[in-house]
Design a protein around this ligand. Structure first.
Ligand SMILES: [Zn+2]
Length: 181
């Protein structure tokens, strides 16, 4: 996995680029949570589910199908209660936030690949370019020298591109709105 600190960075970029509407803060927080939820599968290891199983790590919870179900599960009731954002916008945003988790994991250099097409296939995939070192499960390793090296690499390949993308999207939107006036 990429670290739990870096996955939510993608929610920032997705929200800024994808949504035309200004999302309320609670939806940004939900989007950030959706970038983290796929790693709930590590709990399965505690009850003996193997990493390589469909229910194992980087299995079904990292798939496009899981992202779609989660987006509908959270998005439909929230959009019904809160009219400040459209249903399609919210569901698409949550889908992209959740799906971004698997894509970021597929950029890492360790572990097994990601089962993007589960439950239809448990084949695991990486992207052709894998610049991010895989984040350790152990807190000792995470806060040690190796963890610091990994965080710096994630800063370079997850945070900075996300922040840059969000700023450019905001700038373009602001410029277009200014011209319409
Ligand atoms: Zn993961």
């Amino acid at each position: 996995m990429a670290s739990a600190i870096s996955h939510p960075a993608v929610a920032l970029a997705v929200g800024a680029v994808f949504t035309k509407e200004q999302l309320p803060r609670r939806f940004w927080l939900l989007g950030a949570a959706c970038t983290l939820l796929p790693d709930i599968d590590v709990l399965g290891m505690l009850i003996g589910i193997r990493y390589s199983d469909m229910l194992g790590h980087r299995g079904i919870t990292h798939s496009a199908a899981f992202a779609a179900v989660l987006a509908l599960l959270f998005g439909l009731p929230m959009a019904a209660r809160d009219r400040s954002v459209s249903k399609a916008c919210l569901i698409s945003y949550l889908f992209l936030c959740t799906a971004s988790h698997g894509l970021l994991d597929a950029l890492t250099d360790g572990g097994l690949g990601v089962a993007f097409f589960a439950p239809f296939s448990n084949s695991r995939y990486f992207l052709p370019w894998r610049p991010i070192p895989v984040s350790p499960f152990s807190p000792v390793d995470f806060f040690g020298p190796r963890g610091i090296t990994i965080l710096l690499r994630e800063l370079q390949w997850a945070w900075l591109p996300s922040l840059g993308t969000a700023l450019i999207a905001r700038l373009i939107r602001h410029t277009l709105a200014h011209r319409r006036r």
